[in-house]
Design a protein around this ligand. Sequence first.
Ligand code: ATP
Length: 349
Amino acid sequence: MSSLILQGVSYHYNGTKVIHDLDLTVGKDEIVCLLGASGCGKTTTLKAIAGLIEAKQGSIFIDGKLVSDEQSFVSPEHRNIGMMFQDYALFPHLTVANNITFGLSKMSKAQKQQRVDEMLKLVHLIGCADRFPHQLSGGQQQRVAIARALAYKPSLLLLDEPFSNIDTQVRFELIADIRRIIKATQVSAVFVTHSKEEAFAFSDTLAIMHRGKIEQQGTPEQLFAAPCSKEVAEFLGQGIYLSAEVLTATEYKTPFGLVESYIESKHDVSVGLIYVRPHQIELVADNQSDKLSKRATIISRRFIGSAYVYSLVIDKQEIEVAAQYGQSFENNEQAIIKIKPHTVNFFES
Ligand SMILES: Nc1ncnc2c1ncn2[C@@H]1O[C@H](COP(=O)(O)OP(=O)(O)OP(=O)(O)O)[C@@H](O)[C@H]1O
């Protein structure tokens, strides 16, 4: 059974629709990331799931139970969800232990103590029960925040940009740690971010949002291999578009020669655009004798340890391409461009 289902959910602020007819499914023990540009409606979606706002259209089910539709509305405290929001800070005047047990009023003192011990062990903060939030690092505070969210034993966890105030250096360690904690507790989660790197590191599947709708949902590999729209392709990769003529089910003619696709596709049109990402482009030394191949000029280069990353202009579009180890091009040098065989993303222009 799915942990969360949204069907046709819409919401408007003062007459302006910010989420439209939105569908989303989160499986049991699954971490789904809502990923999209600023203002596309991610936080609003999370608030509708939490019951912090009342979606006027559509239905929301948590663990098979209807919590919101046109006729009914279950309040946030009865939805069995844990929340870790960016602005949902710890109570500064309460100790770590009291922060964790804040919402557990029905438990006995002994039960609370047991839950605190269990949670502190889970988040690797044993011995910190009597500290106050200001005596902890940012990462430790977020660990307490997740412990507090999980202390209720919720069936669904909602996280809104929980890592954005954490130093880049420790952010990815914390992300791995919190993912481990969530997986260990077998809770399903919806995570909101606008950072692709965080989304890839934290979630099982991505739901790409665009203008208040889920454009596509799938694993990062599925979305990279077969984006359903230009918006998804552009959001995930720093690629460029090349004009392309469909020759066969697996071959496209482009200004940079024939491009072969690993998969067969049927298209309704014979010309369009293919979206090419940096790792699908090969730079070859210009041997002058090859008259037919297209060239690009290297604008600049930077050394990244294992290779050089070159900036170059292809079809009036600038792109960064990493060359294979051992290959080296100088600024202003011409290189032959080849597009490697790959799973081609073709779009109507
Ligand atoms: N309380 C509000 N009143 C009116 N409009 C709002 C309100 N909150 C959000 N909006 C608008 O709704 C749209 C969606 O906002 P939302 O916060 O859901 O986006 P988001 O994708 O989470 O953005 P970000 O990544 O910047 O946090 C935006 O255009 C925003 O300006």
